[in-house]
Write a protein that binds this ligand. Structure first.
Ligand SMILES: Cc1ncc(COP(=O)(O)O)c(C=O)c1O
Length: 392
């Protein structure tokens, strides 16, 4: 049979990153391509104790249908943390639990965007979000992302040139894929532009807890005075990615609409894991665990950057992330990113081709590296292989 796919999905390609996973079956391959948190970041023993307790004492709640908005104690704990750590406390806002941050992005696009509406994103940006926007037949407009975040002059130009822009999607902190963080000045300017041109911003902040260097910068949402920033985030990088737990908060009317479409989508997020996460936070808090993850990634990021700078000696320009999971290399020689990707695979080291993250096709000389999953030995050896690939 030759399936005839819908207009919405016929042009969607599988995520190149998931495809790369398939080519990683070679045991000799060193992967800098993953987007996974380190397995060391999963608090297994504590989770195991709480799980036993839930099975014994709360199994009815854990195995029964639940409400779409999410487990109330967990919602309250998240609200408290957002207020205390991220300055997010808009009185009329609503917060719900989503099935990963990915669902928050997808459902926001679903409730706001019509076909052919424009979504402005950083260029490069997170492939999962780009594909969500593509699935609603929106038109993507990428705006250059610099080392201190999106180019705000170009952002204003893009807004003016695209009157049907419905949404501005931004990852201001430890961006995926580039690892960059938007400066406070730019954040303020972005909010001014959203106010001036009456736009909605979707701020995606799944890495915001993972700062291992420097000072926190206020979230866009905390700078928002007109309730036009929708904020989404995730437990994937702080507790477990497999639990598929995220949250979204913002304007009550928008979030209530998201609840309606979520009901159709998956009824509610896995309730066992919601209870588990709530009990974990009530019993142990998150700070100690997150401090451990930050230390882990600080060491790995420094090791990878030191090796890269020493080895490439300026031939490739690398970003210097102050948190999160990724860094971004741009080849000064102008080598095509797909050519470099193939050469790297032939040297048995995997990176992600920068083209994967482009909102629209074009030239690319960049690639993404992940430091959270490889061992220290793999980081050192993998950088050597990258050097050989670059000079092939
Ligand atoms: C920028 C960004 N947003 C959202 C997500 C989605 O995360 P999850 O659905 O696991 O919560 C990711 C995952 O890698 C991401 O990098």
């Amino acid at each position: 049979m030759n399936p005839v796919f819908s207009d919405k999905t016929k042009d969607l390609a599988p995520s190149a990153i998931r495809e790369i996973f398939k080519s990683l079956t070679d045991p000799e391959m060193i992967s800098f391509a993953a987007g996974n948190p380190s397995p060391q970041s999963f608090p297994v023993e504590k989770m195991s104790l709480i799980s036993q307790d839930i099975f014994q004492n709360d199994y009815v709640n854990a195995f029964q249908y639940s409400v779409t908005e999410g487990y109330t104690p967990l919602r309250e704990l998240v609200k408290k943390r957002l207020a205390s750590k991220f300055g997010i406390n808009y009185p009329d806002d609503e917060l719900i639990i989503t099935t990963g941050g990915q669902q928050g992005i997808d459902l926001t696009a679903k409730v706001l965007c019509n076909e052919h509406d424009v979504v402005i994103t950083e260029d490069p940006s997170f492939i999962g979000a780009l594909n969500a926007f593509r699935a609603y037949n929106t038109r993507l407009v990428g705006v250059e992302n610099e080392k201190d975040g999106i180019n705000v002059e170009k952002l204003e130009k893009a807004i003016i040139e695209n009157p049907y822009c419905k949404l501005i999607y931004l990852i201001p902190t430890f961006q995926n894929p580039s690892g960059t963080t938007m400066s406070l000045e730019k954040r303020k300017r972005v909010i001014e532009l959203a106010n001036k041109y009456d736009k909605v911003i979707l701020e995606d902040n799944p890495y915001g807890e993972l700062r291992f260097e420097g000072e926190d910068i206020p979230t866009l949402k905390s700078l928002d005075t007109e309730d036009r920033v929708i904020y989404c985030s995730s437990f994937s990088k702080v507790l477990s990615a497999g639990m598929r737990m995220g949250f979204i908060c913002g304007n009550k009317d928008i979030i209530q609409k998201v609840v309606v479409v979520k009901q159709v989508n998956d009824v509610h997020t896995n309730i066992f894991f919601q209870i588990l996460a709530a009990r974990f936070i009530e019993r142990y808090g998150l700070d100690e665990h997150i401090a451990f993850i930050r230390q882990l990634y600080r060491n790995k990021a420094h090791l990878m950057l030191d090796e890269l700078e020493k080895t490439f000696d300026g031939e490739i320009d690398f970003t210097h992330p102050q948190g999160g999971l990724f860094l971004w290399g741009t080849m000064k020689s102008g080598m095509d990113s797909s050519e470099f990707f193939r050469k790297a695979i032939s040297e048995k080291v995997a990176v992600v081709d920068g083209k994967t993250f482009m909102p629209t096709p074009g030239e690319c000389h960049s690639f993404r590296l992940n430091y959270s999953t490889p061992s220290d030995e793999q980081i050192v050896e993998g950088v050597r292989r990258l050097y050989r690939a670059y000079h092939k």
